[in-house]
Ligand binder design. Structure first.
Ligand SMILES: [Zn+2]
Length: 457
């Protein structure tokens, strides 16, 4: 790929894409046909085959391609990733383009209206497992490179992971092992989505997460409730008091010391949240502030485990000790260490009857917030706006993408852009996953525009 010439605008890129779009869909269809599930109970040969298929598509573009693996923490080998590169022209930045070629398992086949591994086009949507998450992300990168071809004025490293849906167990080691190959000025993660079909968005915040296990004891052994009930407090009584102190009467988190942030520029309709979540008509939503802020920039706490006797085998006994596990979502700006400390302090301060508290395992992943003053973020917003012909918004995600934290740790100087092709109806991870084709096209054009803008400074 040689010197860049004059830049193409959005209309020219859309026109050029239209002439090759059927081929792009054929290639995506071939990728969807490979059931590349990177879970231990599935055949790893499919993941190797999908790595080979992606490598071959990258080779067709003239990229220098390798299939690489790294060891997981337990020493076993991780799933294969495809790394391909185009060196940067002198003085130009290098852009890392990330997507993943593994997919979620299909789940129950009865739930699908089409075969999950046969990409099927119906109207403006392409159905199939991985049609959106994230084989479309791979095709966004490859097709943007193809559209620019010899106009590409930046260095590119294509990095297509093979175990994202399995929790990226070798990812951190992979980044460290191949740090020199992967080093980049800008990282484009094509594994998120847009605000709505037809409305582009850059994902600029992710909540973090931590888990806290603890045990509450009031007795050194369980005793008969007829002998001691009414005098001796059981561990369950203390536990219910402590758990109920975690939220106020609105259901907002009542633990002081946890961080939260300002409102978002866009908001959800309450009906959307109700429909998508399946919350019962009679059940009120909890928290205060905009719905988007409750999901993206405020903390949440959920009791996800409680060790008590099952109702069917329960006896008339005062429980001596009980264990619980909390899952805490952290607002951008907080840290897992701060959150664990705040929750532990809250539990101690709200423990009734002089019960004993033992904190068990804790684990955490950091939240993330894009640096909105980074010119690369502004450039990405312009590229999205031009490609869609519709103002791009910023959005958050209530969940976390743990590999983003790893990328930030290993490449702290890089600008990270979280983009994607999914829309609210894409049903990634569920039956009838699909890709909205007009947004897929716009995402390809947006990435080509972004690469051009980065090349021209
Ligand atoms: Zn994904």
């Amino acid at each position: 790929m040689s010197e860049s010439t004059s830049a193409l605008d959005s209309a020219q890129l859309h026109a050029e894409l239209d002439t090759i779009f059927d081929e792009v869909i054929d290639k995506l269809t071939d990728l969807v046909a490979i059931p590349s599930v990177a879970w231990p109970s599935f055949d790893p040969a499919h993941v190797r085959a999908s790595a080979e298929a992606v490598a071959s598509l990258a080779r067709d573009l003239g990229l220098d391609v390798e299939i690489l693996t790294a060891a997981q923490e337990d020493g076993t080998e991780g799933y294969p990733a495809v790394v391909a590169s185009v060196p940067a022209p002198a003085g130009a930045p290098t852009v890392l383009l990330y997507a993943h070629h593994d997919v979620q398992p299909p789940g129950k086949s009865e739930a699908w209206t089409t075969d999950p591994f046969t990409a099927t086009r119906t109207g403006d949507r392409l159905y199939g497992r991985g049609a959106a998450d994230d084989k479309a992300g791979i095709m966004v990168h490859l097709t943007a490179l193809r559209l620019l071809s010899d106009r590409l004025g930046v260095g590119v490293t294509l990095f297509i992971e093979g175990e994202e849906e399995a929790g990226s167990p070798s990812f951190r080691n992979f980044l460290e092992t191949y740090q020199d190959k992967l080093a980049a000025d800008v990282i484009v993660v094509a594994d998120s989505g847009n605000w709505a079909a037809g409305t582009p968005a850059l994902t600029t915040s992710l909540r973090g997460m931590c888990a806290v296990e603890f045990e509450i004891s009031t007795l050194d052994h369980a005793v008969h409730s007829g002998m001691y009930g009414g005098i001796v407090p059981d561990a369950m009584l203390a536990m219910t008091r402590v758990l109920s102190s975690l939220h106020d009467e609105n259901g907002s988190v009542a633990v002081s010391g946890l961080k939260s942030q300002a409102q978002s520029e866009i908001d959800y309709e309450e009906s959307t949240i109700r429909d998508d979540s399946g919350v019962l008509d009679s059940t009120a939503l909890i928290g205060t502030g905009s719905l988007a802020s409750r999901l993206w920039t405020q903390p949440s706490i959920t009791v996800i485990g409680l060790d008590i006797p099952d109702v069917d085998v329960s006896s008339n006994t005062l429980q001596s000790s009980l264990r619980a596990k909390l899952s805490i979502r952290l607002a951008p700006g907080d840290t897992p260490d701060n959150a664990v400390e705040a929750v532990e302090r809250h539990l101690r301060e709200n423990l009734p009857f002089g019960a004993e508290l033992t904190i068990g395992d804790t684990e955490g992943g950091s939240p993330w917030q894009a640096d909105m003053s980074d010119p690369v973020v502004q450039t990405a917003q312009q590229a999205l706006t031009e490609a869609w012909g519709q103002d791009s918004v910023t959005m958050g995600i209530g969940g976390s993408i743990p590999f983003i934290a790893d990328l930030l740790d290993v490449f702290p100087q890089a600008s990270i852009l979280v983009t994607g092709v999914e829309d609210p109806d894409a049903r990634a991870h569920s039956a009838n996953e699909s890709l909205y084709l007009p947004d897929f096209k716009a995402a390809i054009v947006a990435e080509a525009l972004l690469l051009q803008k980065l090349a021209h400074g």
